[in-house]
Write a protein that binds this ligand. Sequence first.
Ligand SMILES: Cc1cc2nc3c(=O)[nH]c(=O)nc-3n(C[C@H](O)[C@H](O)[C@H](O)COP(=O)(O)OP(=O)(O)OC[C@H]3O[C@@H](n4cnc5c(N)ncnc54)[C@H](O)[C@@H]3O)c2cc1C
Length: 404
Amino acid sequence: MKKTAAADVVIIGGGIAGLWLLNRLRQSGYSAILLESQALGGGQTHKAQGIIHGGMKYALQGVLTQDAKAISDMPAYWLRCLEGKGDINLTRVPILSKAHYLWSPSKFTSKLTGFLAGATLASKVEALPKEAYPAVFQSPQFKGEVFSLNELVIDVPVLVRELVKDNQDAIYQIEPVCQDELFIDKQGRLANITVYSSGKPIEIAAQYFVFTAGAGNEMILNKLRPSHVTAQRRPLHMVLVKTPFDYPLYAHCLGLGSRPRITITTHKAQDGSSIWYLGGLLAEEGVKRDSQSQIKAAQKELTNLFPWLDFKEAEWATFFIDRAEPAQKDGLKPESTYFTAIQNMLVGWPTKLALAPKLADDILTHLKNQDLTPKWFDNRELRALPMPPLARPIWDELLCDCIV
Ligand SMILES: Cc1cc2nc3c(=O)[nH]c(=O)nc-3n(C[C@H](O)[C@H](O)[C@H](O)COP(=O)(O)OP(=O)(O)OC[C@H]3O[C@@H](n4cnc5c(N)ncnc54)[C@H](O)[C@@H]3O)c2cc1C
């Protein structure tokens, strides 16, 4: 006899988008299960720098973009969750920094100063007196200026752990879902997905299927070929530095253009060392370089920006990662979250970790508008499937010899 299982909603992909949605659906009384093929958080989510953007980065070109408006509420939303007063209790998730900083190695351009004074976002940006600068900028050799942004930085690996904690009975590890395992009926609805336990097939039926599989969403789009949506990838070449000093820094460095020249966040590795994690233009332009050249470029950049620091004893690592998103004109970054509904299949990207709660809200609202009512649940056959592991932080994986 065929083995079967059923839930109101099946989610495919255990990054921030799928995990946040799983929590919100179960809180709302729906039965939901999540299927993940690798490690939880191990896609883009664990590679995020953990900045809960409030829109400043996107307003730097001197105009208030749609993007900046869409995410300006997110720091306050996350803070409520981190204080135990929001939609999901995140009181155990450490705030790595209550502010993200913006610095220029020389004096600010008049265009930007004018913008900061005039824009709606001005209340969220504070020019700091020198004594309030992060410790690394207290050097007499620092000749620039530092602003504080109303943006948090959070510990992403702990966030993932907390979102998984109460849902272990609803998360299953499977082989990557592929096109052949999606059974589309004559009405064009996804009737079930086949997964395998010890080589034996189990058909999972659901009222709705939500694909939050990041780059893996391309598979469902290829299968369904909807005319209105395709996916894009924006590659990055990120750099990790195990520093011989302990200067926690969470900051964008302003360059000549509208995008940060470098974005630095700091993370503690399992061996207690302090890791500077480098993104921004360095990572965008670094996709053309191999790892050795990217390390050289990072060394040159940090030596220019921090001539008073000694990086000789630092350890370096790099890795490539794609941002997976809905395709935009000219490959630009998307303005906000996005999901599309194709019959009972939803395909979504938060486009930023900070926006995952908004994506979950939008999907929940859509499902309620479709009159989704809780009625299906049978996970008996799925219990034999393992639970996917939590991903290891990338700095531990690449720069820490600790035994797991
Ligand atoms: C280097 C970097 C830094 C970033 N920094 C920030 C930041 O500071 N702040 C911010 O707000 N955003 C940041 N982002 C963006 C943010 O990380 C992403 O928008 C977010 O993590 C996307 O989450 P997701 O759940 O959609 O995708 P993912 O985290 O990629 O999760 C998708 C999951 O689906 C699984 N999967 C894929 N295919 C299948 C399949 N066929 N079957 C089963 N499972 C499958 C994968 O294994 C993966 O676990 C950053 C992104 C990158 C790359």
